[in-house]
Write a new protein. Structure first.
Length: 535
């Protein structure tokens, strides 16, 4: 098959999903044509049908979904008409998949190299010894450290970025004709993302593999895709070569995507610190992870903490909340020293500091309704019950711009943005002064992110809340912060007012972070790698 031959040709595809006791359309007659060696970017907000269409390119539908029309021609065979057994001859062989969460996709009990080569060996593509030798070659091509031995590790023994690259090696091992990348860098920090994007693009180009790259990050898709298809509510909005799409989108919806995140927080008037972290050292077992950390957070402000994975951002949050008692140093809150351990803190001290987590899915009990999720802190901290509790739950729903129709829904019946809003309402239920937001928008598409950030800024202004905002997204930092703390390897590299930190000259590590933020320029990644190789 030559490079210009059509590999995948989807015509008038229709997919439905079952909910609320009936079937609803998810994909509404979409076409997709992909040639060998091409990369197509699929973008759109949550619910657009991106992942559903990407999985359908494999002939796969998630539980509760069904294909109701159209055809999925892969190398001349209609996958939509094949039996499950016949489809499995393609999956992990000629078509492979790279998921968003590598950590959830690996078996923790098996070594990386065994999982990398499993499909290749099972399908008889290569004998075990050759497959494992080839895996080492792929590890090297993907710039993994110690490629000859890293495969002997277990998933928990490598970083998130390394695990994502191992998953790409696993997808490449059988030398597929098509790889579906489903938000593979969403949860990665910017420096790791650059490495993973570079490695993915290199391996796809080297082996002339076709790919579908699903993402909500426009700057990322600009680096990966030859052309882009925009989806909304299960319909195609428009499709064009990447450069054309970036420079001259035709549809108003696409233009609105391009203009998202033009947020800018009004400067907060300087107030006295509500929280001061003083000379904190902390460790996991015997491994020291924080070293002499000092951070001051003014009341009513947003202080963003940035840095790559392993820099100590979330560990600092754990120390503040008392989940990880420090070895040395102190946490002062509103002028009083907090006990190091959570169990030693009073209910009132616990109430005043709340946390919103990155993954709303895992932060909520899937068996509890919205009423129970928001109502529990109302009862625990404020002693509300019965009609008073019910009234306050409805008030909190309105505060997060949801109405009382949501009160009896389970988390599974909510969108990603709605789940995060419920987590915000749960934090607000305690009537706190200080909220730690730990990567609260990283798993959300850009339109939903913007809505959540606007909500947080409005609530801050109305309730005089103070935020410690942990993130690896520099554009979010620029949009919502008053002050910025840059962390690396458990230490504070730089801190100060936002404009000061983002104005040159920068410390070397801050410069690395800022230079790693993808731009809406298809040549950005190529040019960045040339500059870094030259230096």
């Amino acid at each position: 098959m030559s490079k210009n031959d059509i590999l995948l040709d989807i015509k008038n595809l229709k997919i439905e999903g079952f909910s609320d006791e009936k079937w609803h359309p998810i994909v509404k007659g979409v076409d997709l044509t992909l040639r060998r060696g091409q990369i197509m970017g699929l973008i759109g907000e949550s619910g657009a049908g991106k992942s559903t269409l990407g999985l359908a390119a494999m002939g796969y539908t998630q539980p509760g979904c069904r294909i109701t029309g159209g055809e999925i021609m892969f190398d001349g065979v209609d996958l939509a008409k094949l039996s499950e057994d016949k489809k499995r001859e393609y999956w992990g062989n000629r078509i492979t998949y790279v998921a968003q969460s590598a950590a959830a996709s690996f078996n923790p009990a098996h070594r990386l190299i065994d999982q990398t080569t499993a499909s290749t060996i099972r399908f008889g593509i290569k004998p075990e010894s050759e497959a494992k030798a080839d895996a080492v070659t792929l590890y090297d091509a993907l710039n993994l450290p110690n490629p000859s031995t890293i495969g002997n590790r277990y998933p928990h023994q490598v970083s998130g970025g390394q695990l994502q690259r191992v998953m790409t090696a696993m997808a490449m091992s059988p030398r597929p004709d098509l790889i579906v990348f489903d938000e593979p860098t969403t949860a990665l920090d910017v420096t790791t993302q650059v490495e993973v994007l570079t490695a993915m693009r290199k391996v796809v180009e080297e082996f002339n593999t076709a790919a579908i790259y699903i993402t909500h990050d426009l700057a990322v898709v600009a680096q990966m895709a030859d052309f882009i298809k925009v989806l909304r509510h299960g319909n195609e909005v428009e499709e064009a070569p990447t450069r054309n799409m970036l420079s001259a989108p035709k549809e108003d919806y696409t233009k609105s995507l391009w203009s998202v995140r033009a947020l800018e927080k009004e400067p907060t008037q300087e107030q006295t610190p509500i929280l001061e972290i003083k000379n904190i050292d902390a460790a996991y077992s015997k491994v020291k992870v924080l070293n002499d950390v000092n951070i001051s957070v003014p009341r009513g402000s947003t202080v963003a903490v940035v840095g790559e994975s392993g820099s100590g951002k979330s560990t600092t949050a754990r120390v503040i909340t008392g989940l990880l008692p420090p070895m040395t140093g102190s946490i002062e809150f509103d002028g009083a020293t907090l006990p190091n351990k959570l169990e030693d803190r009073t209910k009132e001290q616990k109430r005043r500091i709340q946390m919103i987590y990155q993954m709303a899915d895992t932060a909520m009990n899937p068996r509890q309704t919205v009423r129970e999720i928001i109502g529990r802190p109302l009862e625990f901290y404020l002693g509300l019950s019965g009609a008073a509790r019910e009234k306050r739950v409805v008030e909190l729903l309105k505060m997060i711009e949801l109405d009382e129709r949501f009160i009896d829904r389970l988390p599974s019946e909510l969108s990603g943005g709605q789940k995060q809003r419920i987590c915000i309402a749960r934090a607000l239920a305690a009537e706190p002064d200080f909220i730690i937001c730990d990567e609260v928008t990283s798993a959300l598409d850009q339109i939903v992110q913007e809505g959540i950030l606007k909500l947080l800024m409005r609530l801050q202004k109305e309730l005089n809340l103070t935020y410690l905002f942990i993130t690896h997204d520099i554009s979010t930092v620029k949009a919502i912060s008053d002050q910025v703390v840059v962390m690396n390897l458990g230490q504070v590299v730089e801190q100060g007012k936002k404009d000061d930190v983002f104005s040159p000259p920068h410390p070397e590590y801050t410069e690395l972070l800022l230079s790693s933020v993808p731009e809406m320029d298809p040549d950005w990644l190529t040019n960045l790698n040339k500059v870094r190789q030259a230096s």
